[in-house]
Design a binder for this molecule. Structure first.
Ligand SMILES: CC(C)(COP(=O)(O)OP(=O)(O)OC[C@H]1O[C@@H](n2cnc3c(N)ncnc32)[C@H](O)[C@@H]1OP(=O)(O)O)[C@@H](O)C(=O)NCCC(=O)NCCS
Length: 241
C-alpha cells in the first residue's frame, strides 16, 4: 500500500468514525503488521468444463460488469460508500482499465456481494507472474447482512464455471492470515492453499518471502515438543514435584 493510500484511508476512517474508533483501528492495524503480516495464497485448477455445483434459486442472480457504465447508480453507491469512496473509485478505474471484470451477486434484486477477476495479470506486483490463462480473484466482499450464508462460495463457483467456458486454466486468490472469515470461506471452495508469503515492492522490483510450511505431522511433533518443554520448565521451577 502506498503512503498516499494509507493516509487517505486513515483520514477517511477518522472522518467516518471519530477519534476513539480510529485509535482502536490503528492499534489493530499495528498488531496485524507485527504479528499477522503474511498473505495466504490459494489456487485452483479450472477444468475445461465446469457446471456450477449448486443451482441458483430464482431469487439469486450473478451479473458480470466489464465497465462502470454497466453499473447502476445505486449499486455503484453501495460498493463505493461503505469504505473509502475516493479510493474505491480509484481502484475501480484502475481495474476496469486493466480489463478486469466485476461480478455481482444479487438476492431479490439487492446487491449481496461482489468480487473482481483479472485474467493473465495482476493489479499489483504479485508473488509470481501469471500465465495467459491464469486468473486473479481479488477483493471479494459480502455485505454484512448476507454473511455466513456461503454467498462468497456461490459467487466464486458461478464465476469459475463462466471462466471455464472461456478457456481459463487456473485461478489464484489470497487472504490476509488474520482474516478468519476469508480463510474459512476459501476453505469451503475448491481453492487450495499454495503457501503464505510476504512481499515488498521497491523501485519496481518485488521481493517475496515464502514462509516454510509445516506438514500436519511436523506441526504435531512441534506441539508435542512444546508441551514437553512446558513440563520440563514447570518441573525446573518446582523441583519438589
Ligand atoms: C470473507 C467474506 C467474503 C466471506 O463471505 P461469506 O459469504 O459470509 O462466507 P461464509 O458464509 O463462507 O462465511 C465465512 C466465515 O464468515 C464468518 N461469519 C459467519 N457468519 C457471519 C456473520 N453473520 N457476520 C460476519 N462473519 C460471519 C464465519 O467465520 C464463517 O466461517 P465458519 O462458517 O467456518 O464459521 C465476508 O466475510 C466479507 O465480505 N468480509 C469482508 C471483506 C473481506 O474480508 N474479504 C476477503 C478479502 S479479499
Amino acid at each position: 500500500m502506498s503512503l498516499s493510500t494509507a493516509i487517505s484511508r486513515f483520514t477517511g476512517y477518522y472522518q467516518r468514525n471519530g477519534i476513539g474508533s480510529t485509535a482502536r483501528r490503528l492499534g489493530l492495524a499495528i498488531k496485524r503488521v507485527l504479528f499477522a503480516n503474511r498473505m495466504v495464497v490459494f489456487y485452483r485448477d479450472i477444468p475445461s468444463q465446469h457446471s456450477p455445483t449448486a443451482e441458483l434459486p430464482s431469487s439469486v442472480v450473478v451479473e458480470r460488469k466489464r465497465n462502470q457504465s454497466e453499473i447502476s447508480a445505486e449499486d455503484l453507491h453501495q460498493i463505493t460508500s461503505f469504505w473509502n469512496p475516493m479510493l474505491a473509485q480509484r481502484n475501480m478505474n484502475e481495474r476496469f482499465g486493466l480489463g478486469a471484470s466485476l461480478w455481482f451477486i444479487k438476492s431479490d434484486g439487492n446487491l449481496a456481494g461482489y468480487g473482481w477477476t483479472l485474467q493473465g495479470r495482476t493489479v499489483e506486483p504479485h508473488y509470481f507472474p501469471l500465465g495467459q490463462n491464469d486468473v486473479q480473484f481479488l477483493d471479494f466482499h459480502v455485505f454484512p447482512k448476507y454473511r455466513g450464508r456461503a454467498i462468497d462460495w456461490v459467487l466464486i463457483d458461478q464465476i469459475v464455471s463462466e471462466l471455464a467456458a472461456e478457456g481459463c486454466k487456473r485461478a489464484y486468490g489470497e487472504s490476509a492470515e488474520w482474516n478468519k472469515a476469508s480463510l474459512s470461506s476459501f476453505a469451503m471452495t475448491s481453492f487450495r492453499r499454495l503457501g503464505s508469503a510476504k512481499k515488498l515492492t521497491i523501485c519496481g522490483r518485488t521481493i517475496v518471502w515464502w514462509a516454510k510450511e509445516q506438514s500436519a505431522e511436523q506441526k504435531h511433533e512441534a506441539k508435542k515438543a512444546l508441551v514437553a518443554m512446558g513440563g520440563k520448565q514447570r518441573r525446573a521451577q518446582d523441583p519438589g514435584q
